[in-house]
Every structure is written in structure tokens, then in C-alpha cells.
Write a protein that binds this ligand. Structure first.
Ligand code: ADP
Length: 269
């Protein structure tokens, strides 16, 4: 199996004074490359804790976690940060854009942190990503000049610019109206159809229905792991969906980001 995520008996216990708070009590699952998975569960069930561990933002108290074959549960915080920067793109409920920077500058920012990418290439890649999310005509806008849905598109473009292996989204439609939510989920579906692995946390069944599989967390344990009856609000049923012409040119011409790297450097977006 071409696993992107392999989690075995993953545990997280928070310490609050003298009290141990077991937030994750041993969960095991795999997510294959190219999957689109929603993590659901009631408030306090451990979704954010799991997301933080999957995103290498925190270290587990026990268990194993292989990310793209790397045993990240064994890495110290510095290495974890390096893996996080290279392998994972994050999308949050709050778009977390810098107010004084244009859409283009916001999208290019992760490449500044990554280092080693010349300014010209940073801008070229940022333009390409904004085209990809349908904002080719909003590059010089500042966040306050964009709608919520557009700001989330900028955030998605920013998450993708490092060509991550995995896109993690935590309640990405939590701040959006239903129309914008539908558009953002259609974008995630489109990106997933281009080969990007997407894992998102949501408490809304409507949003989770865009994924292909739902992991249900309850009281720190995996309660259910089942495929969704996928229904795309963007078009017809999944099989036909794949054959439908894309609204925007695909940048992911091959199954993985590793191979995409080469194609990106030789194509004009
Ligand atoms: P969810 O995202 O599903 O709402 P969380 O992962 O945030 O759930 O929380 C799971 C449990 O862990 C809850 O009981 C919560 O109170 C507790 N918890 C989460 N973060 C911390 C923390 N930093 N310190 C102590 N307890 C925490």
C-alpha cells in the first residue's frame, strides 16, 4: 500500500497540574496517498489533538506515526518542524493571512521561510498557485479587499506552494457562508482529483460528505472508519466527475508531488 499516513496506537495525554487528561487513547489507521479523508466527532472527542499530531505540530505520548514513510513520532521538535515545513500544507478556519501583504505576497511567504528559493521563482510559483485556486485576477488585493471564500482560497494557495505531500485542513469552512463553503469544498475535491492527499477536520456532515472516507473520533478513540456516499456539489457523481473537463488547468499532472516538482519547473502555469 502506498501509505501517506500510518498511525498505530497513537496516544496523547495532556498534563494539567496533577491531572492527566487522556485526549487520544490509542488510535490506528492508514491513509493512502491520494485519499480524501474527513475526521469527524463531537466537541472534545480528540479531533484537534489528532490533527495536531498528524500535522507534526505536537508529539504523541505513545504509539507510532509514519508520515510518508518517516517515523515522525521519533523526531525531536526541530526535525519535526523541518518535516512539517516540507511535507504538510495547512489550512485553518481563520485564514491567518497577513493583512498588510497582497494575496501574491501571502502565498509566496512559505517559500521565504523554507529558504533557497529566489524571489523571482517565489513570485512565479505564487502566481501559479493563485491561478490554480481561481484567483488569477486578485493577486494584488489585500485580504480585506477579498471575500471570506477568496481569503480561504489564498490560504489554500499558500498551503500548496511548498508542494506538500499532504494538505491538512482544520474546519476550513467554519468561517464561511454556505455558498463559499460549497465552493471551497469543490476546490478541495478538485485538488484531490489532481492527486493531492487531503485530510480535513469538520463537525459538519455536509462538509464531510465531500470526502471519500470519514474517520469518526469519539472520546479519544476511533469509533468508525467508513467510506462516504460521496456527493459533489460541483458536478455529477464521482465516476463521471473524473471525466469532466477541469475548470482550470491542472498543475498536478502526475500522481505525486515528488514527480510534480519536475513538471512544475518545466511548465508555465
Ligand atoms: P476536539 O478537537 O474534538 O474538540 P480536542 O482534541 O481539542 O477535541 O480535545 C480532546 C480532549 O483533550 C478534551 O477533553 C480537551 O479538554 C483536552 N485538551 C485538549 N487540549 C488540551 C491541552 N492543551 N491541555 C489539556 N487538555 C487538553
Amino acid at each position: 500500500m502506498d501509505a501517506m499516513i500510518q498511525v498505530r496506537d497513537l496516544r496523547k495525554t495532556y498534563r494539567m497540574g496533577d491531572i492527566d487528561v487522556p485526549a487520544l487513547r490509542g488510535v490506528s489507521f492508514d491513509i493512502r496517498r491520494g485519499e480524501f479523508v474527513a475526521i469527524m466527532g463531537p466537541s472534545g472527542s480528540g479531533k484537534s489533538t489528532l490533527m495536531n499530531l498528524l500535522g507534526c505540530l505536537d508529539t504523541p505520548s505513545g504509539g507510532q506515526y509514519l508520515l510518508d514513510g518517516l517515523p515522525v513520532d521519533q523526531l525531536d521538535r526541530n526535525l519535526l518542524a523541518a518535516v512539517r515545513n516540507r511535507k504538510i500544507g495547512f489550512v485553518f478556519q481563520q485564514f491567518n493571512l497577513l493583512a498588510r501583504q497582497t494575496a501574491l505576497e501571502n502565498v509566496a511567504l512559505p517559500l521565504v521561510y523554507l529558504g533557497g528559493v529566489p524571489a523571482e521563482e517565489r513570485m512565479a510559483r505564487a502566481r501559479e498557485m493563485l491561478e490554480l485556486v481561481g484567483l488569477g485576477d486578485r493577486m494584488q488585493h489585500h485580504p480585506k479587499e477579498l471575500s471570506g471564500g477568496q481569503q480561504q482560497r489564498v490560504a489554500i494557495a499558500r498551503a500548496l506552494i511548498t508542494r506538500p505531500a499532504l494538505l491538512l485542513a482544520d474546519e476550513p469552512t467554519g468561517n464561511l457562508d454556505s455558498h463559499s463553503s460549497t465552493e471551497i469544498m469543490a476546490l478541495f475535491e478538485e485538488l484531490n482529483q489532481q492527486g493531492i492527499t487531503v485530510v480535513l477536520v469538520t463537525h459538519e456532515a455536509d462538509i464531510a460528505a465531500h470526502a471519500r472516507r470519514v474517520l469518526m473520533v469519539h472520546d479519544g478513540l476511533l469509533d468508525r472508519d467508513a467510506p462516504t456516499q460521496q456527493r459533489s456539489l460541483n458536478g455529477p457523481a464521482p465516476a463521471a466527475d473524473r471525466e469532466r473537463p477541469r475548470r482550470r488547468p491542472s498543475i498536478v499532472r502526475r500522481p505525486s508531488f515528488a514527480s510534480k516538482r519536475r513538471s512544475l519547473s518545466t511548465t508555465q502555469g
